[in-house]
Ligand binder design. Structure first.
Ligand code: AMP
Ligand code: ZN
Length: 471
């Protein structure tokens, strides 16, 4: 089935057809594992997950590669400052290798909670140093590189199409900004490092021998080397957040195409930012993580639902109030699915009308992943005049793309289990008319932020999200 995607390279929506149908090569820039990923990062990963799920739903066979940057990403994307991994190691008094391992695991745990499918291949930068060196050698042979006192650089004046992704205006703006921090040895303001030398007299935790001396790779060369290794010199789709357009992805294109003489990527897709606002970014660790959401009794999937409210190419403002509204809608949806599953007589299915609704939903997805519109179609089905079994069928099918786990029972987290045990204890106390004990347990539950409701079907509870208490 066809799909249109907005290609940053051509600045328009285009019919997407892969190079070798039905195979699709998809590369998404992965995390730099020196700290937890914040929910802004996860907005981009959720968008990429929906892209992959949509392509798979439409019948493509996606080969998804997402790297882990565990070395070489400097504090500034423009090649200045320290390596983020070494900064993380200093901050926490652990080795750079331990930092990388710890935050890689944390990343996949958080991604799992957001129902983000793991990529088929997860290459780590530290395990692909020979491929990066080979790529730099190829560039050197073709005369694209030069040496300074701190590394091997790419001479961007030799690649005529340098501005093709970001546009000439943006590259000029970038140059103006780069003037302040540019090293005098760089030939052009936009030149970037391919290989950085370990500073003389120091031993870095992560360093490798190379034909040019001991050191470590530049961040951009990592993604070029790993994507081409697993997906070929020309592949279908490459994604990231919009901040990657003018430096990281521009440099990836430049060095890859200079080395191979071929087009690197056919479709470039970029997700716009989640705006956290000044107040929000001042939270405990400087940013909000998946764990911060859970600490406030939000389900990470409510955040996924929140992300579905805006098209991936428009900015989205974060607020706890809007997250609360998203959590309520997500819980309501799950409640409907549960009710439809319970209904013994769920009515007959009208396959014709189901098909019309399915088409309407898919048309939104096929229009450059318009998932906010697709979500509206899902709600039309929920509220519409369908039998329970038709509703269940359609909503769970749509959820294959949206990934909201609408039919998954509540997780057995340790807090959930503890609360469940207390609720049961209170029920027993009430049955034996021990009201004092029952009241005490209710108080205990309230302290844990549990909202308890006694219904004819028995007690129902949920954790009350802590919205106002900023921190
Ligand atoms: P990084 O680890 O910094 O390379 O970022 C990981 C991914 O998150 C990249 O695709 C970035 O473009 C993206 N990203 C960073 N900040 C935000 C944000 N506030 N909103 C959405 N995406 C972001
Ligand atoms: Zn990348």
């Amino acid at each position: 089935m066809p799909i249109q995607l907005f290609n940053t390279l051509t600045r328009k929506k285009e019919d997407f057809t892969p190079l070798n149908p039905p195979q699709v090569g998809l590369y998404t820039c992965g995390p730099t594992v020196y700290n937890y990923a914040h929910i802004g990062n996860f907005r981009t990963y959720v968008f990429e997950d929906i892209l992959r799920r949509s392509l798979e739903y439409l019948g493509f066979k996606v080969q998804h590669v997402m790297n882990v940057t565990d070395v070489g990403h400097l504090i500034s994307d423009a090649d200045t400052g320290e390596d983020k991994m070494e900064v993380g190691a200093k901050r926490e008094g652990r080795t750079a290798w331990e930092i990388a391992e710890f935050y890689t695991q944390a990343f996949f745990r958080d991604a799992g909670k957001l129902n983000i499918l793991p990529s088929h291949t997860i290459p780590r930068a530290t395990q692909h140093i020979p491929e990066m060196i080979a790529l730099i050698q190829a560039l050197e042979k073709k005369g694209y590189t030069y040496r300074t006192s701190d590394g091997i650089y790419f001479d961007t004046s030799k690649f005529k199409e340098y501005a093709k992704l970001a546009g000439e205006k943006n590259i000029q703006g970038l140059k103006a900004g780069a003037r302040v921090e540019a090293s005098a040895e760089k030939k052009n303001l936009t030149d970037f490092s391919l290989w950085k030398f370990s500073p003389p007299g120091t031993k870095r935790q992560m360093e490798w021998d190379s034909p040019w001396g001991k050191g470590f790779p530049g961040w951009h060369i990592e993604c070029s080397a790993m994507s081409m290794k697993y997906l070929g010199e020309t592949f279908d789709i490459h994604c990231g957040g919009i901040d990657h357009i003018s430096i990281h992805h521009t440099n990836e294109i430049t060095q890859s195409e200079a080395a191979t003489g071929k087009r690197f990527v056919r479709f470039w897709l970029h997700g716009d930012f989640l705006n956290m606002g000044a107040k929000m970014s001042k939270s405990k660790d400087g940013f909000v993580t998946v764990s911060s959401l859970e600490e406030k009794n939000f389900n990470p999937l409510a955040y996924r639902y929140f992300c579905l409210n805006a098209h991936y190419r428009v900015p989205l403002d974060f607020s706890w109030e809007n997250l609360l509204a998203a959590q309520k809608s997500w819980e309501a949806l799950k409640g409907h699915v549960l009710d439809w599953q319970k209904e013994s007589v769920s009515g007959s299915r009208d396959v014709q009308r189901e098909e019309t609704a399915r088409q309407k939903f898919l048309e939104c997805i096929q229009d450059d992943l318009n998932y906010p519109q697709a979500l509206a179609v899902l709600w039309e089905v929920v509220r519409g005049n369908f039998s329970a079994s038709s509703k269940k069928e359609l909503v769970l099918e749509f959820d294959k793309i949206l990934g909201l786990s609408l039919d998954r029972p509540p997780e057995s987290t340790s807090l959930n289990l503890e609360v469940q045990a207390l609720v049961q204890k209170r029920e027993e106390a009430r049955k034996t008319k021990n009201f004092k004990a029952a009241d005490q347990i209710r108080k205990q539950l309230e302290e844990k932020g549990v909202l308890l409701e006694d219904t004819p079907q028995g007690p129902r509870w949920k954790l009350k999200p802590k919205v106002r208490d900023e921190g």
